[in-house]
Write a protein that binds this ligand. Structure first.
Ligand code: NAP
Length: 317
């Protein structure tokens, strides 16, 4: 099968398309014919070799932590009626990824793919949707009447976070640059602050119940974001950790997303109910993964970018 892998850490050019044997599903695993995988910022950080202690991958490594596709075989202990199903999963960070024609997936991580969007696009739901769910629903417990600030709403996690918070009945304030402004507003943000022209902390005039920070911030920027949280509220970060201000009743959380098939199934149901949109900004053939990594590192991607190993999967919109 075709796969994209790297045999040494380095720049995007280390990613090369190769022919490798098709894997066989081991006990507890399903073999998925890949329809889609994604680019996530962490893929580039792992590839560059900056996270060898946190995420020690074996080289050669096939990246791609999100997968959507069709189950074509199952290993011992996995129900055969999974074969033929359209599925989606957030794969283990250190195992072989989905930048290939086939991927083995632990069956316990598999959720049914949404049926109302292309199977390729469904990959975009997995790790980003789960991060948003675990921040907005699980950690913050956002509910009607609250104010939520999503800093970095133009990206993959941000688009789902804005939607989940708005659907819970919160008033959502979000940061985005001009290219993402309309999408973020359409996802339910009632105020969109252009972070390229306006310091966020200055533009937010009323305190908020929840800050979700999805951007790498300096200590000063982080403290300014924490200071926007009302007593009893929470600052959640997927990036720079917040420091709980002395004497203020504000919780700070550093979020590390985990794979959760039940939550992913719930997200897929929301998509099929028309209550959650998957903001795919571009689609690339798998062979262009190095180009996508380069664009991602240059800050030139917004929303979610999906890649497909199928020869017809090359339209870019
Ligand atoms: N800890 C975890 O478990 C976990 C899980 C998932 C993600 N993450 C991390 O969380 C961050 C967000 O992830 P993601 O997948 O959503 O990233 P992403 O899709 O790459 O986000 C890209 C977006 O970031 C926005 N952005 C860039 N600089 C900004 C700034 N200074 N202020 C506001 N927005 C800015 C841009 O928005 P515009 O288009 O509006 O310019 C761009 O669209 C990444 O650092 C990722 O590594 C961590």
């Amino acid at each position: 099968m075709r796969a994209v892998q790297y045999t040494r850490y380095g720049r995007p050019e280390v990613l090369e398309t190769v022919e490798v044997p098709r894997p066989a599903p081991g006990p507890g695993e399903a073999l998925v014919r890949v329809a889609g995988t994604t680019f996530n910022p962490v893929d580039a950080t792992v590839r560059a070799g900056y996270l060898t202690e946190v995420f020690p991958v074996d080289l050669p490594h096939v990246p791609g932590i999100d997968v959507s596709g069709t189950v074509v075989a199952v290993g011992e202990g996995v129900p055969v009626d999974l074969i033929g199903r359209g599925v989606v999963a957030f794969l283990p960070m250190t195992g072989p990824g989905a930048s290939a024609e086939y991927a083995t997936v632990p069956a316990e991580l598999i959720a049914p793919a949404p049926t109302t969007i292309p199977l390729t696009d469904a990959a975009a739901l997995a790790s980003s949707g789960l991060t948003a769910w675990q921040a907005i629903v699980e950690e913050a417990g956002v509910h009607a009447g609250q104010r939520v600030l999503v800093n970095g709403a133009g990206g993959g996690v941000g688009s789902f976070s804005v939607q989940l918070a708005a659907a819970a009945g919160a008033t959502v304030v979000a940061t985005a640059s001009a290219r993402s402004r309309d999408a973020v507003a359409a996802h339910g943000a009632s105020q969109v602050i252009d972070y390229t022209t306006t310091p966020v902390a200055r533009a937010v005039t009323e305190p908020v119940d929840v800050v979700l920070n999805l951007v790498r911030t300096s200590p000063e920027e982080t403290a300014a974001l924490v200071s926007l949280v009302k007593p009893g509220g929470v600052f959640i970060s997927t990036t720079t950790p917040g420091v709980e201000p002395a004497g203020a009743d504000v919780r700070t959380v550093s979020l590390f997303v985990r794979s959760d098939a039940a939550q992913l199934a719930r997200l897929a149901q929301l998509v099929d109910a028309g209550d959650l949109r998957v903001d795919v900004s571009a689609r690339y053939p798998l062979e262009e993964l190095a180009t996508v990594h380069g664009l991602g590192e240059a800050g030139e991607l917004r929303g979610k970018v999906v890649l497909s190993p199928t020869r017809a999967g090359g339209d870019q919109s």
